[in-house]
Design a protein around this ligand. Structure first.
Ligand SMILES: Cc1cc2nc3c(=O)[nH]c(=O)nc-3n(C[C@H](O)[C@H](O)[C@H](O)COP(=O)(O)OP(=O)(O)OC[C@H]3O[C@@H](n4cnc5c(N)ncnc54)[C@H](O)[C@@H]3O)c2cc1C
Length: 389
């Protein structure tokens, strides 16, 4: 089978982008700036996106979503970032529901997906990281022990975003002690849990560098129904890995949007700011980093498009999705630096939004997976070199 890589948007995609643009225009820089200062969740923006069906874009039509391919989900997120917004407030809803879709029972899908599509239920929290298990997920210590028709959860999660704003959370916990697991990668299970009123469950917000609604979570003998298990017990790590390509493609798209925003702002500012009698953008020291950033963002987009085309054709895309995430995060970061440099002191002034975007875009070099681990993936899995971990 030949996978086609489209280089131009279809009419439907142009309409999709126009719809998202119309919403974003109603939420300008001031909106994001004010929330950033108060570290508040963009409730109105997320509700507007949900009401218009954009967060249910990837949910199949039979469950009430739009049933769009991943490239369209990518376009939605990219557009939000191109226009100065921050889709981090809701992006996880697009990719975590994939675990439910691929591995959940028909009963679970019917129970949750239509309500997630309409926005009656929010699934935006994804509980993986722990204080002693960052990049090395296999070291997770939070346990879920079966006791009759319940599992009892104990442990701690770190940096879990949007737990306060979600009704549901996808939780990865250990159901078999590590030493008893037959193979590496077994013994962890995924649960879809309702976190609205769970005795023994505590959420402590963390003030981060950017407005990201991130928390530490504590589980003290928290009882969850046994039917919140997704798929088979012990297979959770594989289920999560299975969803990584979608996550990489979508997060890359946000970085591509950021990169475009930085380049556009840098071009506009440096073309009109006159110092020493000419626009600063005429100086190669200012112009070249911006032009180079543009080339890097374009390259990252090509890789994202390739990854998405393979994903939508149901083909292997691990290498491309990882490379897209890496290239896009680095391109956006370089574009952010070029933009701040071009703005001189004004790059640091809040009212220009550059410093806010600069802080926001930095995250994607580190999370959801850091670029060192992506590089190790390419070295070890794509090029077949010896493993470091
Ligand atoms: C704002 C924010 C939001 C987040 N939201 C979520 C969320 O919703 N859900 C969730 O589960 N997690 C979330 N995370 C966690 C995020 O996924 C982790 O921070 C990330 O996976 C890295 O884990 P760590 O911070 O423990 O870093 P560590 O694993 O301790 O790594 C620290 C650094 O060491 C380097 N490193 C580690 N191992 C290697 C290696 N083998 N080779 C080379 N270099 C290496 C990397 O550069 C890495 O950046 C969030 C984090 C942040 C900052």
């Amino acid at each position: 089978m030949t996978t086609t890589l489209r280089l131009a948007l279809t009419d439907d995609q142009r309409a999709l982008k126009a719809g998202v643009t119309e919403i974003c225009k109603r939420f300008p820089g001031e909106y994001w700036r004010e929330l950033d200062a108060k570290r508040e969740y963009p409730e109105a923006f997320v509700n507007e996106l949900t009401r218009n069906g954009y967060l249910g874009a990837l949910i199949p039509q039979e469950y009430g979503g739009a049933g769009l391919p991943i490239i369209d989900g990518a376009l939605i997120l990219q557009t939000i970032h191109e226009l100065g917004g921050n889709a981090a407030a809701c992006h996880a809803q697009m990719y975590i529901m994939g675990t439910l879709l691929r591995h959940g029972s028909e009963e679970q899908k019917k129970k949750y997906l239509p309500k997630i599509a309409t926005g009656d239920l929010r699934l935006q929290a994804f509980g993986v990281t722990e204080p002693n298990a960052g990049s090395d997920t296999m070291m997770l210590q939070t346990t879920a022990i079966r006791n009759g028709d319940r599992y009892v959860v104990n442990g701690q999660k770190m940096f879990i975003s949007r737990a306060m704003q979600s009704d549901l959370m996808l939780l990865l916990a250990r159901t078999t002690p590590r030493e008893k697991a037959k193979r590496r990668g077994e013994g962890l299970s995924v649960f879809l849990i309702d976190i609205r009123s769970l005795p023994g469950f505590e959420i402590r917000p963390l003030r981060m560098m950017m407005n990201h609604s991130t928390n530490a979570l504590f589980f003290d003998n928290v009882e969850i129904p046994a039917d919140s298990l997704i798929g088979e017990e012990g297979r959770g790590f594989h289920y999560i890995l299975d969803g990584m390509n979608a996550e990489r493609i979508l997060v890359a798209s946000e970085s591509i949007g950021d990169g475009r925003w930085f380049v556009e702002r840098a071009v506009a500012y440096s073309s009109q700011r006159v110092i020493f009698g000419k626009p600063i953008g005429a100086n190669q020291g200012v112009q070249f980093p911006i032009a180079k950033s543009h080339m890097a963002v374009e390259t990252a987009q090509l890789m994202r498009d390739k990854a998405a085309a393979l994903f939508d054709a149901g083909e292997q895309c691990g290498a491309e999705a990882n490379m897209a995430k890496y290239l896009a995060a680095e391109a956006a970061w370089d574009a952010g630096n070029a933009c701040i440099d071009a703005h001189g002191g004004y790059g640091f002034a809040e009212e220009y939004d550059v410093e806010r975007k600069f802080r926001e875009t930095r995250l994607y070099k580190t999370a959801p997976i850091n670029n060192n681990l992506v590089t190790a993936y390419v070295g070890e899995h794509v090029l077949g070199m010896p493993r470091s971990y």
